[in-house]
Ligand binder design. Sequence first.
Ligand code: UD1
Length: 383
Amino acid sequence: MHKTVHPDVATVVGARPQFVKCAPVSRELRAAGLGEFLIHTGQHYDDRLSGVFFRELALPDPDVNLGVGSGLPGKQTGEILIRLEEVLRERRPRVVLVYGDTNSTLAGALAAAGLGIPVAHVEAGMRSYNRTMPEERNRVATDHWADLLFCHNERTRDRLRGEGVRGRVEVVGDVMCEMVAALRGEAPGESPFPAAVGLEPGRYAVVTLHRPVNADDPAAVQNLVAWCAAAPFPVVWPTHPRVRDAAEKALAALGPVGSRLRLVPPLGYRDMLALVAQARLLLTDSGGLQKEAFFLGVPCVTLRGETEWDETVEAGWNFLAGDRATPAAIEAAARRALERLPGGDPAGHAAAVAAAFGPPDPARRIARALHDFLAAPAGRGAD
Ligand code: UD1
């Protein structure tokens, strides 16, 4: 089960966006000659939320899976912390690398900090300033425990410095932006996926929903389903397990008028990107998908009252409809979003993405920074 004794880097991941973010970084760590020990917390365990990402992104098999599974946030975070502490005590990595803002991120940072192992955080400095969200609590706490903070642009770096974080902050760019560009470059031309499920490029919308504030509120799910049923084009909704039952129930209650909406199981990364890339509109409460829509030049309605990805709103590609949005609020945001034409002004769009999401080659920059950190005397603390 265990590959490397006292690895340089222990990577902690558990939820699907983290598998995406760690794929390019893991590759660059190996290229930089750093030994990586990959820990899957087991937060996501369904093949459609986990295994498919490892296969598609050619991630190495995890060295260990903590098998923590589902649970209330406190229990899930606590279970990960307990199990992780045991593994980290035994393996003594020289640095622990965490991604984003999930319960696995916070547990990884706390377990490492408790053992005196330096913590590195990718996607540091994001803020929605909504502390009712578990993700906001996770990311704020993680940033303040981190020794190395990798953020995507100067504004985020300045925010972290303004908050007085004690770790070293580096602007490296955005790893998701790198992934989207790489996957698009691998498969020039249009992906067959949307057509294979009967969707015409540019003539459908995509929906996703999983934040507790929306997904755990049947009225919010009914509102979204009602808007989809009356939408001016077909809508396809890859349903996260958290919301599947509520969405199916709301759709069944609509009867035949709901036929424009199709609920489909969660998709792998490549199919999801292809689906979004060819859509006329995305509606989501996911953080990652807001960014991906912007990278792909697809207008987005965010089903939240605020977003940590301000740059996408400022660039005019993302429109907030509010938490638990009513059909009227969704419609108002969708109308504004539809004024944006996908594919128009490619040079202007590329420049906007580059300006908002920082320097190129983020994964290589992260690997190099970790290499230098471990080579410096202060980085050897955990040996
Ligand atoms: C988690 C992250 C969120 C991230 C999202 C990506 C936290 C607080 N939330 O949300 O930031 O954007 O992953 O998808 O860490 N479930 C399954 N199978 C699974 C995993 C979950 O059926 O493999 C169901 C369970 O009913 C579970 C629910 O989904 O109770 C929620 O799962 P959880 O991992 O707690 O949060 P997500 O909503 O997936």
